[in-house]
Write a new protein. Sequence first.
Length: 626
Amino acid sequence: MTKTEFKAESKKLLNLMINSIYTNKEIFLRELLSNASDATDKLHFKSLTDSKIKSSFEIKIEVDKENRKLRIIDNGIGMTKKELENNLGTIAKSGSLDFKEKNEKDAANIIGQFGVGFYSAFMVAEKVEVLTKSYEEEKAYLWESEGVEGYTIKESEKSTIGTTITLTLKKDDENYNYSNFLQEYYLTSLVKKYSDYLKYPIKMECEHTRKKENAKEDDKDAFETYKTLDTLNSITPIWDKNKNEVTEQELNDFYKEKFQDFQDPLKTIFYKTEGTATFSSILFIPKAPPFNYYTKEFKKDLKLYCNGVLIMENCTDLLPEYFGFVKGMVDSKDLSLNISREILQKTRQLQVIAKNLEKKVRSELSSWLKNNRTEYEKFFDNFGVSLKYGLYSSYGANKENLKDLVLFKSSFNGNYVTLKEYVSRMKENQNEIYYACGESYEKIKNMPQIEFIKDKGYEVLFFTHEVDEFSIKMLSEYEGKKFKNITSEEVNLETQEEKTKAEETTKQYKDLFTKMQEALKDKVLEVKLSNKLKNSAACLSTKGEISIEMEKVLNAMPNSNKVKSQKILEINENHKIFKKLCELEKNNPEKLKQYSKILYDCAALMEGISPENPVEFLNEVSDIMA
Ligand code: ADP
């Protein structure tokens, strides 16, 4: 029998497959099962109008360990002789792909990038036989190939319609253990991993152990093995079911098994849509972030399926970074199984799916916030930072979508508030949204500036995370109200009367402040009377865009250009230290310098800035105390 050569391009790809060091060889099984499923779909469709077809559709995997043979058997539509030639002589869909510039070293890349299809069988097999009988032809045919040399097709015998693909596995070598594909447990796990949701049962004879009837406890041969034809796949994907068909327990178990979490999910979202994008999905929000969630190592746990077949395990393009905590499965018929990662990422279908998913997650979060505040706050405790990064990232491109999903603790009652809630209870004369930054809720609560502002009846948002201030800077305003850091010197809460009085007092003590400022010349821009203090002696405020908190965050980043906030030391006129300062100005200018430094260091400490020279600080304080 004469061999027919493969078409040139097919030959090239085949060569790469056979010699590839591509590690993901196991996907050949996914490809063959998926082809079997497609063929079954076709006959299934015919059966709707042709009563002669009376199959119960299924796919079988058979193992012949002795002869190193693995068979994939389907009772689908089969192939005519012509189809065999056309389909298996060329690599479908690859005709336009250009392999010329690629060299052998790129094998892994090429195989990883392009759909691999039927030819992937050659990654693990030294010989491939396809015995097939078409729904449309009486005769059966056998296609055989041992690789690049070509293939033969001859008439053969087969009683039923369908296709049996027999792989003779390669011999094990130091790089790869092909015998794995003869192991029941290994094949089962591969089916579970890649083909769990194919809609036809994938059956395999599996060995089990049972206790013999009447066996005694101490009997050495109390157990016997037996075989059953088991269905390896789950068949119906949970996301294709209706929400009310699935119990909470089932959902929780499914989530824990698939995403290796020991806790139930906090929220489950079913989402199916048809139209511009057709897909079904199930999404989960975990109770807690994975340990590496806020690191570069973290990969989004979103699995992309095409018609029940897994095509990408961590499909990062399905949701934006700020919803990176969402895990789940998305299954779409719109996508093609044999498509490269790079091409997939650019396909319009995937982008449309991603857009729909983002919108869905957003609307779910929004109604969650409205209808179950307690649960939402639990979620926000864990993932709120992600949403705030979302506000900030991409130059604020998503701020409109996210601004009503973020929460901040506030001085109102210590609980979380939304920006909308804050604005809704702003005082009539209040034009700005006030916030304060600090390491913790407690630290902010005790800031000297807070007391005064609260006394005036204003609410203050507490920014405890380093991204908070950056994200609201990106937001810039909410419902026309600008954000203002309470430590900014521009915060002006006094009445006109208070203002005039302050101006007069400042003038009166001009010399004192000038001297103090000279003592602190590299540290502060100005020393002035405070309008924000009630009981404390002094505090720091800043002028301009950079707050003390931003200075700290930016300067902690590696390689960033150092920034410096413009600080102002504010003194409380009503504190007894003020009298002392006035006295020193007249009688002891040296001591005034010392007092100024200590006051500055203490005010800085309240802002979480350590004294530049702690020893000197201690000496100054001890000196005064002595
Ligand atoms: P693809 O599945 O993307 O078309 P493949 O190389 O995997 O590419 O398969 C080529 C073609 O061979 C398929 O389109 C199909 O027509 C045919 N084929 C493959 N496997 C089977 C099968 N088990 N039964 C019937 N036809 C098959």
